[in-house]
Design a protein around this ligand. Sequence first.
Ligand code: PXP
Length: 242
Amino acid sequence: MRKLGVNIDHVATLRQARKGRFPDPVIAAGICEIAGCDSIVCHLREDRRHIQDRDVYELKKTVRRLNLEMAINEEIIEIALNVIPAQVTLVPEKREELTTEGGLDVIKNFEKIRDIVKKFKENKIEVSLFIEPDFEQIGASKETGADAIEIHTGKYAEYFENDQENLWQKELSKIARAAEYSSSTGLKTHAGHGLDYRNIIPLLEVKQIQEFNIGYSIICHSLFVGLKNAVAEMLKIIKSPI
Ligand code: PXP
């Protein structure tokens, strides 16, 4: 059965608009779990624009399965090794970006990533690498010793949003081929970024994708239907028989 990880960063974005206590992403995480999601995802960014250190520690105490997204950054690695989430997802990070743009270059940063993966695995933390649907990046990811990859679906989502059907179909095929290759190497295969209630449908045909990580669209939809309903609606789509 496919899994859904809900990214709650944007609950924290709203809180940080006033720098107060509400809405609390930890409470949001509890509601997502009650709705039936499989894991809670949050990204502790270097600039702390949404999730704060306190959130990560509280989430670790309260949720069933925490997936901490993070850049290859000494300070954040230290926090992750203190918190010991069930999983970390290594992502690239640029200060000026609005959201995570592009995948991690595992080939270029191979030794660094391999060493970090080793450190996390020694602490029984599962490691996923957020990469583009590219065979060479997948091969290098496997060699680092990581457990999983998360395929960056940002380009696919952008083409879909702009009704560029030939382009999104092409990107979808690329994702399908990448997912097939990834799972043939024994890596768990996840996907995420920019996914919503419409563009997820064609992706469900890619049977090798075991987990979707979705944030923005669910949190936006929750403003109108409530968080529990927004998560439940996505779960209904994702958990439908293949
Ligand atoms: N997966 C990863 C690795 C991400 O960096 C993000 C964005 O933080 C997501 C999934 C969720 O993307 P979105 O908020 O666009 O659904």
